[in-house]
Write a protein that binds this ligand. Sequence first.
Ligand code: FAD
Length: 547
Amino acid sequence: MKIVVVGGVAAGMSAAARARRLDESADIVVLERSRYVSFANCGLPYHVGGAIKEREDLLLQTPQSLKASLNLDVRIGHEVRGIDRERHTVRIVDLETGREYDEAYDKLVLAPGAVPLRPALPGIDHPRLLVLRNVEDMDRIKSLVDAGARSAIVIGGGYIGVEMAENLRERGVTTDLVELADQLIPPLDRELSRDLETHMTRHGVSLHLGAAAVAFRDSPGQIAVELADGQVLTADFILLAAGVKPDTTLARAAGLELGPRGGIKVDRHMKTSDPDIYAAGDAVEVTDTVTGLPSLIPLAGPANRQGRIIGDNLCGRDSVYTTTQGTAIVKVFDMTGGGTGASEKALIRAGRTYRKIYLHPSGHAGYYPGTAPMHMKVLFEPDGGKLLGAQVVGFDGVDKRLDVFAVAIRAGLTIFDLQDLELAYAPPYGSAKDPVNMAGFIGSNLLNGDLHLWYAEEFPARTADGMILDVRGPQEYEQWHIPGAVNIPLGKLRSRVDTLPRDTPVYVYCKVGFRSYLAYRVLRQRGLKSVATLAGGAMTFQSVHNR
Ligand code: FAD
């Protein structure tokens, strides 16, 4: 069997390597347009920033090492320009010599990845406007910084834009970040990304949110970008990180079916509409685990796993790829944020009903040094509590909670199940009641009716009919409180219950939601009928209202 793979990085190389491990006799050719195969694209920003010192550390393999270890015929600098499905051949150009030739295949694997979005704006081809997709792009950016570039503008506040802004700051480059949406990391819900934005600003990145770039032009020795509000920013270079779209050039020209979102359409075996052509990675459309909708989710984990599944299927096994839940994480200086499953806005778009909770547990036991509260949001079904999504932003222990939620969602667990998870604990790592257990307790209380929540976004319109009760201490209240709130510290509440109105709702809050929950239990058992506690307390309120 002759297998030809187009694209020699995440999905393509996974498919080729797996196929070799299962079939020693297969003839496997990998064609890669760039000069590098199997490189660590996720590590590129960190070499620019200096955290990854050696460039070679990003270059995981070479054609020679792949020949030696896996007997793969890897041809770098070779671009596939077309597919002849009738003849079962691909047309290839050797980019160094210009030689064109055909290569026959029995099975073809398309793993061409994604291409950066380049909006059709005036000046978009300016030489100081760069993108970051591969090693050559990284070299270009790094050499500018090494040569003394002092200022940069990043267009796009998604994962790559944020990582690059951080790494440019780490090199002392004055950095502006322009994002069209009114938040960083648009896959997260806005109140969670607020915490990351505050942190970025603290670290010297100038954020321009809800700002559209409309034109690029020359500025003496620099480049300028004009924003829709008329503001003009100038810098030594601009990094365009405005998102990616699936590279479907070959698939489209070959008449392969595309999905509704514009990615290559594949079945559960990663097979395209042609039974002899498979596709994987950023170029394909996947089914979203939670919403069930066709989606484009360009991430390294799914790409690698899809490639491996193709390798299986090429060698006669029956492996299926089910869905992608979009588990993603980003480092923002010493902060971490990420999500898994659906966000609240994705659920709204999909027309799904849900319940949500917020909490701010510490990454590990508060009495052991080096922890801080994290901001956690968990979404689940109102009936039965099946988990739909989780987002976490904080300092320590964010990644491990995200991964527990990722597994829980994949396993179809409910918010009730989270109460029973037995998770690793010693004071430097967690708490006896882990933050994930705590989410289970709060969510279960909510669905069982032991807790009634009100939400920050309901202020002021929907809270105007009642009394807002702050149960924190007087000093906390002095420092900041929700406008119009009355302060009765939790310790004094029992003696002052009779002063509270019985015929209007009482909206209780504290810093994170724990004291207000205790207050809620007191008030309900003392006969007040309409009481609710603020989800996530003042901390979530401040993120929602940007205070
Ligand atoms: P790629 O890995 O991009 O490989 C596609 C290859 O195909 C390219 O090398 C391209 O040159 C080649 N190619 C395309 N067309 C042809 C052709 N016609 N002929 C020959 N070769 C061709 N994901 C995460 O999950 N976590 C991260 O932290 C993360 N960080 C990232 C940081 C950066 C800077 C970038 C660029 C991406 C990051 N990603 C991250 C995304 C992740 O790298 C991709 O989702 C993943 O690499 C997709 O794999 P792929 O095989 O589909 O495409």
